[in-house]
Design a protein around this ligand. Structure first.
Ligand SMILES: [Zn+2]
Length: 180
């Protein structure tokens, strides 16, 4: 952070406010304290009648050309459920019915938390978009593991495989300490 988003001053210092325990950007002019917190990414693991899951080929950086579950940043004034449905629609044109929360994944160093819901298509429609240059349903034994964009996605897919085998149930919570 270089400028105060409240007054525009560049007189920022990074130090621990009184009574706090972590350093924050503090404006020396207007005394605003700028708290920075993790961002939330919401999305879906969408299963069709054959038990295959939808993956989208990323048309944007980072990880351009890698496969991803449809997901994206939660907006302000939006529930996580609505955000997950919206992200799927924006990336694939598909309308989904949400099921249960499937996985939570902490990307600790990247300051992100993923929430992935189980979902089913409301109808057969989907289409490529600038964000998703290809969309395919993959059987769980044909997942292109070395081309999955993010560890958060691998975690969600692996949990579904474990559930199908009867080795896991409910919600899986995972975490990764490095960037992706
Ligand atoms: Zn300021």
């Amino acid at each position: 952070m270089n400028y105060c988003s409240n007054c525009g001053s560049n007189a920022l210092k990074f130090s621990i406010p009184e009574g706090d325990h972590l350093p924050r950007f503090i404006c020396s002019k207007c005394h605003s304290i700028h708290y920075q917190n993790p961002r939330m990414i919401v999305g879906c693991i969408i299963e069709n009648e054959k038990g295959e899951i939808m993956l989208c080929k990323r048309g944007i950086e980072p990880r351009l050309g890698f496969w991803n579950l449809p997901c994206g940043f939660l907006e302000n004034n939006e529930t996580v459920e609505d955000g997950a449905i919206r992200e799927v629609f924006e990336e694939t044109g598909a309308k989904v019915q949400l099921g249960k929360l499937h996985s939570i994944y902490n990307l600790v160093k990247a300051q992100q938390v993923y929430l992935i819901f189980q979902a089913k298509m409301q109808d057969d429609h989907y289409q490529t978009t600038p964000e998703s240059t290809a969309i395919e349903f993959f059987p769980l034994n044909e997942i292109p593991w070395d081309q999955i964009a993010f560890s958060s996605n691998s975690h969600a897919i692996e949990h579904l495989i474990q559930k199908r085998k009867g080795l896991a149930e409910g919600l899986s919570i995972g975490s990764y300490q490095n960037q992706n």
